[in-house]
Write a protein of this length. Structure first.
Ligand SMILES: [Zn+2]
Length: 306
């Protein structure tokens, strides 16, 4: 990797730290548009030395903007003028930090499965013709529970969000990421030289491991629940955690609509988009009002016909 001079800025509004090439002259934060940004001392740009895995972008700037515009147009609830009046010129290619946490697990589970059995029971019934009551016997079903237990093995590779600006919800919405061997790794220094940015991680390796553990415990419990009719307990033993810093290619758009800044994020590999679209007040009002008018009309007509 060639050595290049970088600079890191921190946004006082959303808390994100972004690293770019030293000639980069940012005026606002790429994530939130805040102008309150400070340059950090050079030693904070640890990223190049750490050599995180750099998964390449597959969607270029023109494709990204085209997809954003189509997405702005496609919502039924969005105001009609959204796509034509929203400014979409504020965009950045950001390598968003994450931890790829790999671990093998073994879960011991206990539960029970049932079998339907029948028992002879004595009942009474009254003959409707004669009015006489008589006793009779019938087979009645009941469930007998048998204890069951077992172990299952699982292999996990969880992608844990480490961005200070994007939420786990935002990054999860962009999943999945192709981080396999064919994912097209890029040289980070060269990528920054082309005007891309990289966010410094806000989540430590230890925090990421703890989060991954919670997520995997939940998934294991759900998997064990599929193995047995009634799951009573599941206890997961973890192997050695291997956490690797990854940086994920994300297009970040800030677009303005009627003076309000909205953010949308796009998976730079697949084009998957996530964000808030403004909702048209008029369309929502009509959607509520039209059924009310129809119902009121039916009520009035039915009253008049009585
Ligand atoms: Zn910010």
């Amino acid at each position: 990797m060639p050595d290049i001079a970088v600079k890191t800025i921190k946004c006082s509004s959303c808390g994100a730290s972004l690293t770019g090439i030293s000639s980069w002259k940012p005026t606002v934060c790429d994530y939130c548009g805040s102008a309150v940004i400070v340059e950090l001392p050079p030693e904070t740009a640890s990223a190049l030395a750490d050599r995180p895995r750099c998964v390449g972008f597959r969607i270029d700037a023109a494709q990204a903007v085209e997809r954003l515009k189509a997405w702005l147009k496609s919502s039924f609830w969005a105001p009609g003028d959204l796509a034509s009046t929203a400014r979409t010129d504020e965009q950045a290619e950001i390598y968003v930090p994450a931890w790829e946490v790999k671990v093998d697990v073994e879960t011991a589970w206990q539960g029970a499965r049932s079998e339907t059995r029948y028992r002879r029971v004595s009942k009474t019934r009254t003959d409707p013709q004669t009015g006489r009551t008589e006793r009779y016997e019938e087979d009645e079903p009941y469930k007998e529970w048998y204890p069951a237990s077992g172990t299952r093995h699982g292999s996990y590779a969880e992608m844990i969000n480490a961005s200070g600006a994007l939420t786990q919800q935002e990054t999860s919405a962009l999943m999945p990421w192709d981080t396999g061997a064919e994912a097209g790794e890029e040289d980070l220094a060269a990528a920054l030289g082309r005007g891309r940015r990289m966010e410094e991680p806000s989540v430590s390796e230890a925090e990421a491991t703890t989060r991954a553990r919670e997520i995997i415990e939940g998934k294991e419990r759900a998997e064990c629940g599929k193995l047995i009719e009634r799951l009573d307990s599941a206890s997961t033993k973890f192997g050695e955690f291997v956490a690797r810093r990854a940086i994920l290619p994300v297009w970040v758009f800030r677009y303005q609509y009627k003076g309000k800044v909205q953010r949308a994020v796009m998976n730079g590999q697949t084009g998957e988009l996530h964000g808030e679209r403004p909702v048209s007040g008029l369309k929502v009002a009509l959607a509520i009002a039209i059924p009310i008018v129809i119902i009121a009309g039916i009520v009035i007509v039915s009253m008049l016909m009585k």
